[in-house]
Design a protein around this ligand. Structure first.
Ligand code: ADP
Length: 402
């Protein structure tokens, strides 16, 4: 099936076209062996084309100006048609950031679903409105093309109440929906299944701690294949030290700063854009921070220690939460590529009996792989994520089940 995967932002749309193989009798898609290369195939997940249309609705007119999402879609249509050579798209899969409490899995979009996504705008004011723009633009252009919403929060709908509830008066939850939702769910669900298969464990029996470490970073406790806790909460700000976000912080600091005269926008900017690695080391990019640390910059060394310590604390806690993890899994930009950061985290986990195979940890590879020693009490894995592929597969499954 040909699936157009869209990630719509307010001023940009990222797109990919995937050719997703059909499903066999187990309901497992045929090009999905969990571990590419396992049987000698190097599986690229069927990417036919991809691209980014940005500066949508920008103020500078010119030949590259894109007025709105509808015009962006015309450009995507032109680029995609050129590649498909007469074949037609079967469906569109949208990355939707917030599915609130309603959506626990991918859904076929209709008007009612679109309005439900829109009603969640207050919970994701930067993202859901843009996702809805993308959905409406497709519906206007191709009214009969099936559209599927794949939610970043959905994988975490299995969190038990003791994990999702904050210790605040119930009114905050009942009136404003203030609770922990978690994000990165599409990636974590995808990586969890692949990690389990690599270890020859049934995904539904898999207990693990999965660290998705990109610009945004979160860690998830997976028990019996389901998310039972995750470090991002009401918004993606909670939890780990990230590229530009503080992660966990004493909320009294916000009260203190409000009293010092900072307003809501100022706090938002401070904690979401100026903190994390950027705030500590002056750079949000892990490569630069590692380089600076190697060059002797103390602030960068401190940033790495704080970030690795925070993650190690979560891993220890989630090991307990899942009743003993079989694996600690690293994924996304930093998790897949920064052997230095992985080593810093693993060094803090020796009390769990974890030991890294140093050569395996340092080796460059795009494959899912084990990087711990055979006698490590918990396996440590690197499993590349692929959110677009996960969205395409989920979309294909919704559109033609079984
Ligand atoms: P996003 O959340 O934007 O999708 P990514 O998953 O692409 O982010 O991760 C971005 C992070 O990955 C950056 O901090 C970047 O420095 C880091 N990264 C990417 N490649 C490497 C590498 N080879 N070594 C170390 N860090 C890397």
């Amino acid at each position: 099936m040909l699936i157009l995967v869209l990630n719509s932002g307010s001023s940009s749309i990222k797109y990919q076209v995937r050719d997703i193989a059909g499903r066999n009798d187990d309901g497992v898609s045929r090009n999905d062996d969990g571990v590419s290369g396992d049987d000698g195939r190097n599986d690229d997940g069927g990417i036919l084309t991809e691209g980014l249309i940005d500066r949508i609705g920008g103020s500078d007119p010119g030949p590259d100006a894109v007025a709105d999402h509808a015009e962006a879609l015309d450009r995507i249509d032109a680029a995609v048609s050129a590649v498909l050579g007469g074949r037609e798209l079967d469906a569109v899969g949208h990355r939707v950031v917030h599915g609130g409490e309603r959506f626990s899995e991918p859904v076929l979009i209709n008007n009612e679903i679109t309005r439900a996504i829109e009603r969640l705008n207050p919970l994701a004011p930067l993202h859901n409105p843009a996702n809805v723009l993308g959905i409406r633009a497709i519906a206007a252009k191709w009214p009969t093309l099936p559209q599927v919403a794949v939610f970043d929060t959905a994988f975490h709908r299995t969190l038990p109440e003791h994990a999702w509830r904050y210790a605040v008066p119930d009114e905050l939850y009942s009136r404003y929906g203030i609770r922990r939702y978690g994000f990165h769910g599409t990636s974590v669900g995808y990586v969890s299944v692949r990690a389990a298969r690599l270890l020859k464990i049934q995904p539904e029996n898999f207990n693990a701690v999965i660290a998705h470490l990109g610009n945004g970073a979160s860690v998830t406790a997976v028990h019996a294949g389901k998310s039972i806790d995750t470090s991002m909460g009401f918004t993606p700000l909670e939890g780990l030290v990230m590229g530009t976000r503080s992660g966990d912080i004493d909320p009294s600091i916000l009260i203190f700063l409000l009293r010092q005269g900072l307003d809501a926008d100022g706090l938002d900017e401070l904690l979401n854009r100026k903190s994390g690695l950027a705030g500590l080391a002056g750079d949000n990019d892990m490569r630069s921070v590692v380089e600076a640390a190697d060059g002797g910059a103390e602030a960068a060394q401190t940033a790495l220690s704080i970030a690795s310590y925070r993650l190690a604390k979560y891993i220890g806690g989630y090991h307990v939460a899942v009743g003993g993890a079989r694996a600690v899994v690293f994924t996304a930009g930093i998790g897949e590529n920064s052997w230095r950061f992985r080593a810093l985290v693993a060094d803090r986990l020796t009390a769990l009996g974890i030991s890294l195979d140093e050569a395996a940890n340092r080796a460059h590879s795009k494959q899912a792989r084990v990087i711990s020693t055979p006698d490590s009490a918990i396996a440590v894995l690197v499993v590349p994520t692929d959110e677009e592929r996960a969205i395409a597969e989920a979309t294909a499954a919704v559109v033609s089940p079984g």
